[in-house]
Design a protein around this ligand. Structure first.
Ligand SMILES: [Zn+2]
Length: 161
């Protein structure tokens, strides 16, 4: 078979398309955003949940039943149900808030906040933007991170056998 310039171009285009398709597979799943109005959020959430998730509030320490949750399962965003943490990354930080040393990849976004006198890294759910907590660099190995999460911003789903 002899290659014409035209065949070559077709072949090249095909190879490029294939390469793009391949790259697409490596990209993490696309998480569809949940966007609600303030009024819709107020209907969907309790007053305390609204304060935490939508106004970046913080619940009082030692108030969440999830502090003592030790079962296998997944922790989901209380705003939109996106799974954020696996139970095997939860640990007892002694701070009075549910704490995790790692997050499910691509499920939270971060920003720096200056609500108190030193900067902290705030993190929030990537689907609904709901505030979850702050991440600190004093966690256990292997990540050295401590995701300090509001219990009211999460729902726990035990693993079903
Ligand atoms: Zn969410």
């Amino acid at each position: 078979m002899t290659w014409t310039k035209r065949d070559f171009l077709k072949f090249t285009a095909g190879a490029v398309a294939f390469a793009f398709a391949g790259a697409g597979c490596a990209v993490a799943e696309t998480i569809s955003k949940l966007v609600l109005s303030e009024e819709e959020w107020r209907k969907k959430l309790s007053e305390e949940q609204y304060y935490i998730l939508r106004e970046e509030g913080t619940e009082r320490a030692y108030t969440s039943a999830l502090n003592n949750e030790k079962r296998d399962g997944t922790y989901h965003c209380a705003g939109c149900d996106l799974a954020l943490f696996e139970s095997d990354t939860k640990y007892d930080s002694g701070t009075g808030w549910p704490s995790f040393y790692d997050v499910i990849p691509d499920r939270v976004g971060t920003k720096t906040d200056y609500k108190i006198f030193f900067p902290r890294t705030e993190y929030h759910c990537t689907r609904c933007g709901g505030h979850q907590g702050h991440v600190f660099e004093d966690g256990p190995e292997p990540t050295g991170l401590r995701y300090c999460n509001n219990g009211l911003a999460l729902t726990f789903k035990p693993k079903t056998a």
